[in-house]
Ligand binder design. Structure first.
Ligand SMILES: *Cc1c(COP(=O)(O)O)cnc(C)c1O
Length: 371
């Protein structure tokens, strides 16, 4: 048996809508599924505007670009996240100011934010990690107090709520990804959300090379070609129709693993429930107690040998070699995030996983870890 770390589920109207694209010839970003997908998603997330783009990374890049940050401006953000969160910040010659994670929730430790604010701070980026939202109220209070923009990366959170309000609805600008391991996939794809008319217009322009309506092929600014195709939107629309079932399935997978792995005392499991949210288990992470990187890697190698796919946790941004090229040196310490990145990995939990596959994962993990 081989259990892949992720396998998407495409068993709704995906095929039907794709055939419609082919039959009608609408395959580019001009097709009718784009607007439909944007409208349905903005409604679902409770936002005024949704702007479809070609992936979740460029969604963040454009969000950063749209905020008009200047060289030297500081953005407070978690160190424990994917490189996608920082590419736009570095290219704008802005300065990332990192905060450590919370050892229980694995999310950014919001109690550290205020102490990192300087006169150059312009924004806070929050990234909801692995299925539990960031504790948003303190973040929103600080942002208001210091007049900072909030950028919200909700790539892993479609359908998750914080105190009953959708993740992806908290940022001045928020983004999601539709990579195949997300709750909604379009193969590759992303979306930008905002309620601000000007920001929305700017994102739309940046997405499409900053063409101007008055005279095509004249450009006052540089944009991106980050357009989503009608084919992608067709798949996304079908995926959105099934979002509630997908969330239910994700939570079932999470509960199964929580229950079956609860007695292994050498590992930390994800927080099942915080006062503000129930975990949606985008992935099911495991953190080895009192371990190091090589022990974690050998456990993952052993699981792989037994036909079980895993992925390591994110590697901290403050430790990324590429920072040096942008002249960024980081002196603060981030013990929790460093430990997560060295001792954490996630086990198979894609939407297409079967109970038999999950049993196989649990049995092997138990065999290896319980001596
Ligand atoms: C998946 C992901 C992204 C990037 O999305 P892509 O579509 O792969 O570019 C960004 N941020 C987080 C937290 C993610 O999990």
């Amino acid at each position: 048996m081989f259990v892949p770390v992720n396998e998407p589920l495409l068993n709704g109207n995906e095929k039907k809508y794709l055939i419609e694209c082919i039959d009608t010839g609408w395959i580019s970003s001009d097709g009718p599924f784009i607007k439909k997908f944007e409208d349905n998603l903005s409604h679902y997330f409770g936002r005024k505007y949704a702007i479809a783009v070609s992936n979740g990374t460029v969604a963040i890049d454009i969000a950063i670009d749209a905020l008009d940050l200047q060289e030297g401006d500081e953005v407070i953000m978690p160190t424990f996240t994917i490189i996608s969160c920082i590419t736009g910040i570095l290219r704008k010659r802005c300065i990332p100011v990192f905060v450590d994670q919370d050892s229980e929730t694995w999310n950014m430790d919001v109690s550290q934010i205020e102490s990192k604010i300087t006169p150059r701070t312009k924004a806070i980026m929050v990234v909801h990690i692995y299925g539990l939202p960031v504790d948003m109220n303190p973040v929103l209070d600080i942002a208001k107090k210091y007049n900072l923009k909030v950028i919200e990366d909700a790539a892993e959170m479609h359908g998750q709520e914080y105190n009953g309000k959708k993740c992806g609805s908290f940022g001045d600008i928020s983004t999601v990804s539709f990579y195949p391991n997300k709750h909604i996939t379009t193969g590759e794809g992303g979306m930008i959300f905002t309620d601000d008319d000007k920001l929305a217009e700017r994102c739309r322009s940046l997405r499409n090379l900053c063409f101007i309506p008055e005279q095509r092929f004249i450009h006052h600014e540089l944009g991106y070609n980050a357009r989503m195709s009608n084919l992608q939107a067709a798949v996304g629309l079908a995926q959105l129709e099934r979002i509630e079932q997908s969330i239910l399935k994700k939570r079932q997978i999470g509960h199964f693993y929580q229950y079956k792995l609860k007695d292994i005392d050498t590992i930390h499991l994800p927080v099942a429930e915080a006062e503000y949210a129930k975990n949606i288990y985008w992935v099911f992470g495991i953190v080895l107690k009192n371990a190091n990187l090589s022990q974690t890697q050998s456990l993952m190698a052993e699981l792989n040998k037994r036909g079980i796919g895993t992925r390591p946790f994110f590697w901290c941004l403050h430790e990324q070699p590429v920072l040096k090229k942008f002249g960024i040196t980081v002196t603060d310490s981030f013990p929790v995030a460093e430990n997560l990145s060295r001792c954490g990995f996630y086990i198979p939990s894609g939407l297409a996983i079967t109970e038999e596959q999950m049993e196989y994962v649990v049995n092997n993990l138990t065999q290896i870890l319980v001596k």
